[in-house]
Design a protein around this ligand. Sequence first.
Ligand code: NAG
Ligand code: NAG
Ligand code: NAG
Ligand code: NAG
Ligand code: NAG
Ligand code: NAG
Ligand code: NAG
Length: 621
Amino acid sequence: MARLALLSQLLLASLIAAQQVYVPAKGPAPRPQCKHPYNGKPEYSFTPFSFTLTETVRYATSVPAPTSTSTYAAPPEALITLVPSLSYTTWGKWNPNDTATATDTNDPYGQAAWTALWRHANPPNFTETAVYSTTVSPTPVPSSELVLPPADYFGPTDCYTFPKGFEFGVASSASQIEGATADQGKSPSLMDILVRDGRPKSYVTNEFYYYYKQDIERVAAMGVKYFSFSIAWTRILPFALPGTPVNKEGIDHYNDVINFILEKGMIPVVTLLHFDTPLQFYGSNLTTAADKTKLGYVNGGYQNETFQDAFVNYAKVVMTHYADRVPVWFTFNEPLLYSYDARSVDSVIRSHARTYRFYKEELGGQGKVALKFNNNFGVPRDPNSAADVEAANHFNSIQLGTFCDPIFLGKDYPDSFKKTFPDYVPLTKEDLEYIGGQVDFLGIDPYTATVITPPVPGEQGSILDCARNESSSLRPYCVNQTTVNVYGWDIGYRSQSYVYTTPTYLRSYLNYLYNTWRKPVSITEFGYPVYGERERALPDQLFDTPRSQYYLSFLSETLKAIREDGVEVAGAYLWSFADNWEFGDADSQFGVQTVNQTTQVRNYKKSFFDVVDFMRARMVD
Ligand SMILES: *[C@@H]1O[C@H](CO)[C@@H](O)[C@H](O)[C@H]1NC(C)=O
Ligand SMILES: *[C@@H]1O[C@H](CO)[C@@H](O)[C@H](O)[C@H]1NC(C)=O
Ligand SMILES: *[C@@H]1O[C@H](CO)[C@@H](O)[C@H](O)[C@H]1NC(C)=O
Ligand SMILES: *[C@@H]1O[C@H](CO)[C@@H](O)[C@H](O)[C@H]1NC(C)=O
Ligand SMILES: *[C@@H]1O[C@H](CO)[C@@H](O)[C@H](O)[C@H]1NC(C)=O
Ligand SMILES: *[C@@H]1O[C@H](CO)[C@@H](O)[C@H](O)[C@H]1NC(C)=O
Ligand SMILES: *[C@@H]1O[C@H](CO)[C@@H](O)[C@H](O)[C@H]1NC(C)=O
């Protein structure tokens, strides 16, 4: 408790401190609000005692019903001609126990060919234990579920508001929530065979594919305006490549999702690729083991020679169908993490630029197109140490500059990347003109921060020695990443493998991003995992004060970046609107709602109420 109280005081103190300074170096935490301290002797007296109701009842309020419709492009009928020779078909549902073979074996895209995709993928121990197999009709959320929980005693006391048009939303991704993975024509993706660290793979997700209306209803009831989700490429184009048939059921499904979001008064935000690469790009070798010396940690297949054209074709199919109703698009989610090598990077930035240009120049879209970047901000352990600062710059420039220098600035790759990956694909002047500036804002998923020092001198050589040494264990970033600050304390609360609750660095980070790449920044995901939260009794899962503290401190620091530092922050999206599947298992929960994996029943956690209450008090629209 003492540390909690202290942290709140620090938060308060930082309100009046200069940028990035958290507390003065000397003395106890100041209390600038205490103009007239009561230092005298207290006066004690007896009074009659009686109980009073100290609770007040407040309710979350739904986003208002839409009064008008906005469009951001021509209707689909007018746009789909931009993609030549579109054909539509449907496939069924795959069941590994069903050994019957379809008879249309001469059709390269028939039922037999589709089933063969699943047999080739051979997802480990595939089972589907779903509660729902048809779309669930939504029911309104009863007001008894919308009562605010007891407020935390400590919390932000700022007087700032978010600027008009600030996008406050929730985020999610297809493979982490949909389920129905071999249903309604979807073909296998990397996510269906991904097995991390030898742990058994779970296929239980949130059944959003059939339950989406209720989920959207529940988020709207809390007053959240933006709903960010990803589309599964393998639901739209089961055969992945240009010229292959479009899955009618997939197109219809996402039309329904988008329309229901709009019907509930929210705004849809779409990511095209969130890690669920179609398996076609892996050829016959479906080994997906992580290799920590590669650039990203997972082979996302982006380096495949057919990937780029296929991605652009997929993007065109999706955008032509939905661009009239979707104002915000992301091409790639966290491209670094699934960029296996330097060719993957080349493929990502060219695919993005081609998609952006298609959207603006051919489709005539009036919305925004960007990418969502990962990166736990690398902060120098000691900002007064030139070596620590150089190491942090090296780390951040590989993680972000590799993509952002060409895309945002039309500048060549940073030296850090070129020296570590001498086999990178060079960018010509024409390439940089084509790629540069083709983005509307910078999406960032700034979960936490990483403390950076150089490699230990003598033992591991310099950063450059490591960059040149393909067998160095510090590759690819060639710096020492720790969680410990210069005085030996962890920079935040540890939840399993990560140290979280580090709002200290968020404000610096927003300053760094905005001033380096010179576009508005949007916090496209931020969230707080609790390891094993789902094992607790339901009331203990719901009363998630540390998560509230995380969210409110991040948002408070965001406001300071906007109001005190002049950093344009366009939005903030909670990860995630419900607990979900975390790439193989559900050991860590990030949600602002619980999901009972047996019944699929959802419950709002305290943090969800605390965040929407914080935002409502500070939103101008
Ligand atoms: C296939 O059969 C096994 C054994 O009867 C069963 O455990 C499994 O759930 C079935 N799989 C599917 C997808 O129905
Ligand atoms: C498949 O099931 C077996 C038996 O339950 C288990 O030992 C194995 O770990 C599972 N494999 C995966 C990848 O889930
Ligand atoms: C690249 O993708 C194509 C499918 O478009 C596939 O035929 C080929 O085998 C893949 N190449 C590699 C090296 O996996
Ligand atoms: C399959 O890919 C993995 C990871 O990229 C690699 O280690 C392995 O050698 C490949 N296997 C074959 C048969 O090419
Ligand atoms: C990384 O830095 C920390 C803090 O200075 C230090 O304790 C640790 O030994 C370093 N680790 C490596 C592998 O250099
Ligand atoms: C490269 O790194 C390996 C592993 O750390 C080390 O054993 C080797 O001495 C290094 N090579 C050079 C040339 O520094
Ligand atoms: C999930 O639902 C099942 C079935 O109603 C119940 O037994 C279980 O206790 C629930 N889990 C939690 C954490 O509430």
